[in-house]
Design a protein. Structure first.
Length: 276
């Protein structure tokens, strides 16, 4: 049997994020062959993934970040079964590595991100490996990116909620960009402006308004007008530019942006809340 040193164990742990004892056992089983030891740990993860495929992984972390020049930003969600694992330093570190990979390579979608090389595996493969380490189902569940002249990211304390916004201009006070992403996090808009709301969502809101009016016994000839009024309220509460600014309810977000720079526009936004 090969002589397994503490340096060997530490090296394998750095490669795989596996626990010290798991690394020692894998090296002993592989007779000191690092490639075989990695494969042993990987197969253990695949076995756990197969056994726990029907489990719900609804805990985890939601992380957001921008590139060094703030021209691109991304959000990723790495799910776990328990909040205990979600708070684990290595688990959060793995999510951070995957996010850094997304920022660096700008993959087109989630499947492309999973396929990107990461250390001795792929992003998706590392997630599977880590299942073998902790014995829980994990899932890289979400990835979205924004590219714009300026992108701002926000992570709410606790890593359960993040938001991202793209802007038409860079070079303004960073507080302005932060105010908008925090507004998105707090108020959960469905679109930037009313023209961006999908037609299906508009019809759903109108139908809800009509049904409410009928239940309240309103005259039939007033039903559509009442529904339109409720739709206007929906636009005010649920579209970003028309929402009241949470830091100053005397203005909406459109007015706030115009007060800073009349040419400043929000080009896109993303938001993910693990608890919704």
């Amino acid at each position: 049997m090969a002589n397994i040193s503490s340096a060997d164990v530490a090296r394998l742990r750095k490669m795989t994020l596996a626990g010290m004892m798991d690394c020692k056992k894998a090296l002993e089983e592989s007779n000191g062959d690092f490639e075989k030891a990695v494969e042993i740990i990987r197969k253990k993860g695949q076995a756990v993934a197969s056994k726990r495929a029907d489990r719900d992984a609804t805990e985890g972390v939601v992380l957001a970040k921008t590139s060094a020049d703030s021209s691109m930003g991304a959000i990723i969600v790495l799910n776990s079964e328990t909040d205990f694992v979600a708070k684990n330093e290595d688990f959060v570190g793995l999510a951070g590595k995957i996010l850094d990979l997304a920022i660096s390579k700008k993959p087109a979608d989630l499947e492309a991100l999973k396929a990107l090389p990461l250390e001795n595996s792929t992003a998706g493969g590392k997630v599977t490996e880590y299942m073998g380490i902790i014995g829980e189902k994990l899932e890289l569940a979400y990835y979205e990116k924004i590219e714009a002249p300026y992108v701002q990211a926000y992570i709410h304390p606790g890593n359960k909620l993040s938001s991202l916004a793209g802007f038409s201009k860079a070079g303004l006070s960073n507080q302005v960009y932060k105010d908008v992403v925090m507004q998105i996090a707090a108020m959960n808009p469905v679109a930037i402006d009313k023209d961006d709301v999908p037609a299906k969502a508009i019809e759903q809101e109108l139908e809800i308004g009509r049904e409410q009016a009928r239940r309240e016994g309103k005259p039939e000839d007033m039903i559509d007008r009442i529904a339109q009024g409720k739709l206007a309220k929906f636009y005010k509460e649920s579209t970003l530019l028309n929402q009241e600014f949470v830091k100053d309810n005397k203005m909406n977000i459109r007015q706030y942006l115009e007060s800073v720079d009349k040419q400043l526009k929000i080009t896109a936004f993303k938001r993910y809340n693990l608890n919704q």
